[in-house]
Structure formats: C-alpha cells, structure tokens
Design a binder for this molecule. Structure first.
Ligand SMILES: [Zn+2]
Length: 509
C-alpha cells in the first residue's frame, strides 16, 4: 500500500502539469521544441508517451529512439513518467502555434487569420487549417481543392487563387509548390506567405490585382504530407515520402521515395539519384510510381502551366531546366534565359549577392521541373531558398529569407501576363471547337521528343519570349492542314488566333 504522503506527492506531480497545460492552452501562443526520446522498450514506452499526450503519430515499429515535437509541459510529463530525453533542439525545428490557427477553433465571424505575426513552422494540421480559413474568408479570390492524396491517404491540398476561383477560366496557369522534400520546412512558409500576400493584396495592390484577375495561380504548400508528418513524429530530417520499403512491414526511418527523383522524365541513376531504397535519393520502383508524384503530374496535365516554381532549401540557387544531364536542351534555350532573368531580381538574404543560376547543384534525374518542361513547355524552376539550413530559426530568418524569395514568384506572375509573348487559341475552322495542336516556333530545335500543345479544353496557348522579336508560329494537328503565322512581338503580348481546316478525306472509290 502506498503511504498517504507519497500518494499526495504523486497526485501533485501529475496535477501540476495538467494545470499548466490548461493555462497554456488559453495563452496566446504555444511554443514547441524538438525532442529525441529514448524508447528501449518500444511498446511500453510508446504507451507511456500516449499517456503524456505526445505519442508519435507514425506507426510502429520504431528504432531505439523517436523524435517528437511538443511543448515544455508535455516534455515535463514525459520526464515525470521516467522517459529518457536524449536531446532537445532549442529552436530547430519548432512550432509556435497561434491557437486560432488550430483546426476548429475559428468561429465564422472572426476576422481572417493573418500569417505575418506567426513565428513558428506550420505543420500539416496548422497549414490545412489556415488554408481552409482563408478559403472561407476570401471566396471571391481563392478556393481550396484536394488535388490528390498521399501514400497513407492524407489530402494534398492546393489553393487556386484567381478571380472566379471556383471556375475553370481561359487564363494562363502558374503553379507554385513547397515541401516536396518534407524536411525542408521553410518552403511551407514560403508558400503560405505567397498565398497570404496575393489574397490580402487583391483589390488593394494594383499589381497583385492584375495577376489574380488574369491568371490561375495554384499554390500547393505541402506536396508531401506524409513526409511532413514524419518530420514532426519520427525524424526531423525526413526527406522522402512515407512509402514503406516493404509492404509486409511497417514504416521505418529511412524508408520512402525521393519524390523529386520520381518523375518519369530523364530517369537514370547518378550521384544523387539512386536505385537503392534506403538511399535518401531513392528514385522509386518506377517513374511516376508515387501517388504524390502522380498528383502533381495530373495537376500539370490539367492546367498546362506557363511557369512553375517548386521551392527547396539549399541556399541561393535558381535551378533551370533541363537539370538532368541526359536531357538535351532546346535551342535556343529560353528556359535558361528566363531563369537568369529571375535570378537577377533575387538577392541572397542580407547580402548583395544574387542567386546563382544553373542546371544543377549536383547531378540529379527524374525531377519535377524536367517533367513539366518536357511535357508541356512549362518554364519550370527549382528555387533553393535559405542559406541557413532546411528549418532556420524563424525569429531570426523568416523575413530576410522571404524578402529574398518573393521576387521569384512576382517575376513569374508578371512575366506570364505582361511580357513579350504570343498567345491565342487553336480552333476548328468549321465548328470553332478547341483543338489540341502542337504549337511550335519555326527554327527552334526541340530534341527530346517534346510536343508542346495548345490546351485540349480551351485551345489556348501562351509562349513567353525572353525579348522582343519577329518569329513564325506553326500550329499542327492530326487531320488538319498545318497553319503558320509570322508575327512581330514588341514588349507586350500579341494575340494570334489559329483556325485550322480539316483535311478532306480522299473520295471513296
Ligand atoms: Zn529539396
């Protein structure tokens, strides 16, 4: 029997953290740290962690320790349950959640939450909650879509920002994505900043208003939601998706496919593209094998984006297509020219250096930008943000890094609508219906079987030019006479409407 005094002590020890936790829930912010917890007896220890309210969210089995992200009260509860804490990260990564960003806590009539004062990383729950709130508050300019789901069934969410965001309109699309490598947490913040700037600037900032009115902007803050969960629950370095190495055993640290090696273009192995499943750069069982990759492929197939950027965190680079060495560049290489123009506007944080522009930091293959460029002619970029690691201290670096990055998406949106370009439609002369026709530029050499077409649903095409020039555009579709037009393009857009005539079938004998 436990002596009375001891009994009191136990009650007191358990009760105090609960009181603190209650107080904490009502305070303005919750600050979360990264802890590594030893679990020598995984089953028992994970049960203990559940008691403390910080159970890892990913399934067992675990290695001898797990990483969890929790606040100091939860940490105290773990310690009191006898758990051994191996390490604590002071600020990397941490969540600092404003309670009104948590799911379900926002009443219909409260003002839209603003991102700016937030000083912590948004995990998947906080990101989803913020996006849902914005979509509810600004239905005239943004709409939230589930465009697919992860290996474990988590929704992959995309915010479409446009006038009439619930409708498919005849406007050029631009796609921005983050967190394809889940450990690169800062990219989520880049995407949320982008969405916030666009939706709050609409109708107040003339430049943003023009972009939102004239384009279809797609923002996918977390392309890899399972990986994002693993960062907070299993290993803060988790980079790949959470596809287990073997279907016959649960997820382990080190499992998964590197989604930015899994796209089905230029598939090959090299220094940082491996066929070994335990490699951090594992390219997957086949090109496009992963549901997250397929989701992005389907979105680009549907939207045919004119430009795109996927954000990563390796410090001060604009990577231009084609980034795989086995892909032969088009001639002239406008993909590179646009990347160089973008890089000029981008200064590394707190520096006068501009971003470096190149096809690679190291050899890669199967990356998203090569797929978008090859399949649709998308001017597709990878922007490597932050010289301070994948999850820099946000209190110190959030604003400087965002300042260095904003010119990249502003450049894409501005160039998509206001630059030297040829745009228009390809239609059937007799019916006026849209035609998916190959739209090419005479004298331009495409050497990887590229076939860049007008949009199958609208017949629309947009070809951005790096500078004013005279060129001949050719529209070609099976069963139709090929048409070509020579146009002189100055500093702004030139519209060109093709009406293709059907080739009469030869008379039957
Ligand atoms: Zn990356």
């Amino acid at each position: 029997m436990i002596p009375l005094r001891r009994h009191y002590l136990v009650l007191w020890v358990i009760a105090l953290p609960l009181v603190l936790a209650t107080v904490d829930a009502h305070s303005e912010i919750q600050r979360h740290f990264l802890y590594q917890v030893a679990i020598p007896n995984a089953t028992i220890d994970v049960d203990k962690m559940k008691q403390a309210g910080v159970a890892p969210s990913s399934p067992p089995p675990y290695t001898s320790s797990v990483f969890v992200v929790c606040d100091e009260d939860a940490f105290n509860r773990l310690s009191q349950l006898g758990m051994k804490i191996l390490s604590k990260s002071g600020s990397v990564p941490f969540r600092w959640l404003r309670p009104n960003e948590l799911a379900g806590s926002v009443a219909q009539n409260t003002p839209a939450p603003l991102l700016s004062p937030c000083q912590g990383y948004h995990d998947r729950t906080a990101t989803e909650s913020l996006l849902k709130n914005w979509a509810r508050h600004y239905p005239d300019r943004c709409s939230l879509y589930k465009i697919g789901q992860s290996y474990w069934g988590a929704p992959i969410l995309a915010m479409r920002i446009s006038d009439n965001p619930q409708l498919d309109e005849d406007e050029p699309a631009v796609v921005f994505g983050g967190n394809i490598h889940s450990s690169e947490l800062f990219t989520v913040e880049i995407l949320l900043d982008l969405v916030e700037k666009l939706i709050t600037g609409y109708h107040t900032d003339p430049e943003i208003t023009r972009w939102v009115d004239s384009t279809e902007i797609w923002a996918i803050p977390i392309i890899n939601p399972d990986g994002n969960d693993c960062v907070y629950s299993m290993d803060y370095r988790w980079r790949k998706n959470a596809h287990p190495y073997s279907a016959s055993r649960p997820l382990h640290i080190g499992d998964g496919v590197d989604l930015n090696r899994n796209f089905p273009v230029g598939r090959s192995t090299n220094e940082r593209t491996r066929d070994n499943p335990v490699s951090a750069y594992y390219y997957g069982p086949s090109g496009g094998s992963e549901p997250e990759t397929q989701t992005m492929m389907a979105l680009s197939e549907r939207e045919r984006p004119v430009m795109s950027i996927t954000y990563h965190n390796s410090g001060g680079w604009v990577i231009v297509p084609y980034s795989s060495r086995i892909m032969i560049q088009p001639k002239p290489n406008w993909g590179r020219q646009f990347g160089e123009m973008m890089g000029v506007h981008m200064l590394v944080e707190e520096s006068t250096l501009t971003f470096r522009v190149d096809t690679e930091m190291y050899p890669v293959a199967g990356v998203d930008q090569d797929y978008y460029y090859n399949a649709f002619g998308t001017l597709a970029y990878i922007v490597e943000a932050s010289r301070h690691g994948p999850h820099p201290n946000l209190e110190r670096w959030r604003e400087p890094i965002l300042r260095s990055i904003r010119p990249s998406w502003r450049f894409c949106l501005e160039r998509t609508i206001q630059s030297p370009k040829v745009w228009g439609h390809v239609r059937d002369y007799a019916t006026g219906g849209p035609i998916e026709a190959e739209v090419s530029i005479k004298g331009h050499l495409l050497r990887m079987d590229e076939r860049w077409t007008s949009h199958p649903v609208t017949g629309r095409f947009d070809r951005l030019l790096p500078e004013p020039q005279t060129l001949t555009i050719v529209a070609r579709a099976k069963g139709y006479m090929t048409a070509e037009e020579t146009v002189e393009v100055g500093t702004g857009p030139v519209q060109l409407e093709f009406q293709l005539q059907r080739i009469e079938p030869p008379p039957a004998d």
